[in-house]
Ligand binder design. Structure first.
Ligand code: THG
Length: 269
């Protein structure tokens, strides 16, 4: 599993405050903890007003990169913001995100052409977020074809099918998995990703729903997840599922994480 650590996001109140106050120690600590917990990318999302976003993102990127060598995932809904901060990245990472909306791909793809950068692509277009499998697959095809014109191969693309809340569509998980399987049949090297908390929106026991969603998605071959690597229950579900599916030789990862007094990273609020 490719883990995209989500804990440096201005929508989290304590992180929003740290960004406003330029609290370097707070951000450094979150970067180091996520890296130690196994994050492959550290998501940085400023989530400030647009006039403050460029400066905030550059500060976040520098603070994280001074603390850890883990590649960053630049998270902004505005491709022009990503373009403005891109040169401050010290090594190839991940762009979050493009989609068929507006001119996002025309701005982002030239930036990462000929590099090792990867990109998250959401299956939405100018008409919004589709809930059905067919439209999601068709949007994926259009994104992959456009990427190919910039020599960006499917293995550098993480498709995020934007899972709907189960409370609004009881077929949400099944449609997500069907989309995942169809996309991977079409493009065997493509990556499928997702956030883990949208599925449980407005339900009780959200954590149980999120963890079980993750388990089922791992079983069907989800490649990456935008998640909290310090969430011990979620990480235990990941390691247990991979061991049970024969994807952990001699159960080594599971045993190394939990045997004896090693109980893994503490859950952080
Ligand atoms: N897809 C893509 N990008 C995304 C999302 C997605 N970026 C933003 C978001 N969804 C993923 N990031 C977060 C960040 C924080 C939280 C949820 C998603 C969050 N954090 C609380 C906290 O840290 O205090 C609670 C954490 C918890 O209790 O588990 O809610 O879907 N491409």
């Amino acid at each position: 599993m490719i883990i995209i650590g989500e804990k440096i996001n201005g929508t989290i109140p304590s992180v929003g405050r740290a960004i406003a106050e330029r609290d370097e120690a707070f951000i450094r600590n979150r970067a180091i903890k996520q890296a130690e917990a196994g994050a492959n990318f550290i998501d940085v999302c400023a989530s400030t007003s647009p006039d403050l976003e460029v400066e905030a993102l550059i500060w976040l990127m520098n603070t994280v990169q001074d603390a850890v060598d883990t590649p960053i995932c630049i998270d902004s809904p505005n491709p022009e913001m990503i373009k403005k901060v891109f040169k401050h990245a010290r090594r190839p990472g991940l762009i979050n995100s493009v989609s068929l909306e507006g001119d996002k791909m025309d701005v982002i793809f030239p930036l990462i052409e000929g590099t090792e950068w990867e990109v998250i692509a959401l299956t939405c277009d100018n008409k919004g977020i589709p809930a059905d499998v067919e439209t999601r697959v068709n949007i994926t095809k259009a994104i992959v074809e456009k990427a190919a014109t910039y020599n960006i191969t499917p293995d550098r693309i993480h498709i995020d099918p934007l899972v709907m809340a189960l409370s609004t569509d009881t077929q949400s998980l099944l449609k997500f998995l069907e989309t995942l399987k169809t996309i991977k049949e079409l493009y065997p090297t493509i990556k499928v990703t997702s956030g883990l908390s949208n599925i449980s929106f407005s339900m009780p026991l959200r954590k149980v729903i999120n963890t079980t969603f993750f388990t089922l998605a791992i079983y069907e071959g989800m490649d990456s997840a935008i998640m909290d690597p310090l969430n011990r229950d979620m990480m235990a579900a990941l390691l247990a599922t991979e061991a049970l599916l024969g994807r952990d030789r001699f159960c080594r990862n599971f045993s190394n994480a939990y045997r004896k007094n090693k109980i893994g990273p503490k859950k952080e609020k």
